[in-house]
Design a protein around this ligand. Structure first.
Ligand code: 13P
Length: 246
């Protein structure tokens, strides 16, 4: 059995005051509910320690990115070691915004993935197709290519202690969610690509997940939770999504 996991990607939102308030509201929301999903919060870098200190025991802490370098003269970069030092145990790798806005290639994403694994961070590998790719019938080909870029690194057991997030680019921040059937088809395909390890790998869906569409997405057999952007900034909405994953 795979434990459901709901991850919050705060992206570049908030202030310390906002983060503290959101965490307090989340704590209240979780206290008055009885949901047992695993919860992961990925705040911006400067707030990692704050979230780790406040939410430490009840939620896991993740970063939104990491450097492919170990350490050294790389101005503006943040290493895996620093993330671990701040209490993070997860890191998003290859989010579509990193790929499309910051030019992260499959090759760079694979390097970051390898650094995360070797340092002991659990990578949340984000993959997914653009609208043009879906309309051209290339969804599965694109997703397979993104997985192969990782698999071809020659890592030992790349899919063990790894989370995959399927985030169709056209569904991110657009209010257009993949239908449960569209998402399930790709999740099943991803699981098949992972081989034996796929049986226990958590595969999350991301892209305009809200309280009112979470239940039917989570009802699909290969959807193990969600990676949530916008709705993770609203405590009530996020708690409802977490509880829907139970
Ligand atoms: P939204 O939930 O805002 O569509 O963002 C999804 C996402 O990119 C999570 O990583």
């Amino acid at each position: 059995m795979r434990t459901p996991l709901v991850a919050a990607n705060w992206k570049m939102h908030g202030t310390q005051a906002f983060a503290r308030q959101l965490l307090a509201d989340l704590e209240k929301g979780f206290a008055s509910s009885s949901c047992s999903a695993q919860v992961l919060i990925c705040p911006p870098f400067p707030y990692l320690s704050l979230v780790g200190d406040v939410a430490g025991e009840t939620v896991a802490l993740g970063a939104q990115n990491l450097s492919e370098q170990k350490n050294g003269a790389f101005t503006g970069e943040v290493s895996a070691e620093m993330l671990l030092d701040c209490g993070a145990s997860y890191v998003l790798v290859g989010h579509s915004e990193r790929r499309s806005l910051y030019g992260e290639s499959d090759e760079l994403v694979a390097k970051k993935f390898a650094v995360a694994k070797s340092s002991g961070l659990i990578p949340v590998l984000c993959i997914g197709e653009s609208l043009e790719e879906r309309e051209a019938g290339k969804t599965l080909e694109v997703v397979a290519g993104q997985l192969n870029a990782i698999a071809s690194q020659g890592l030992e057991s790349p899919w063990q202690d790894t989370v995959i997030a399927y985030e169709p680019v056209w569904a991110i921040g657009t209010g257009k969610t993949a239908t449960p059937e569209q998402a399930q088809e790709v999740h099943r395909f991803i699981r098949e690509q992972l081989g034996e390890a796929g049986v226990s790998t958590q595969i999350l869906y991301g892209g305009s997940v809200k309280a009112d569409n979470a239940v039917e997405l989570f009802a699909q057999p290969d959807i193990d939770g969600a990676l949530v952007g916008g709705a993770s900034l609203k405590a009530e909405e996020f708690v409802s999504i977490c509880c829907a994953a139970d």
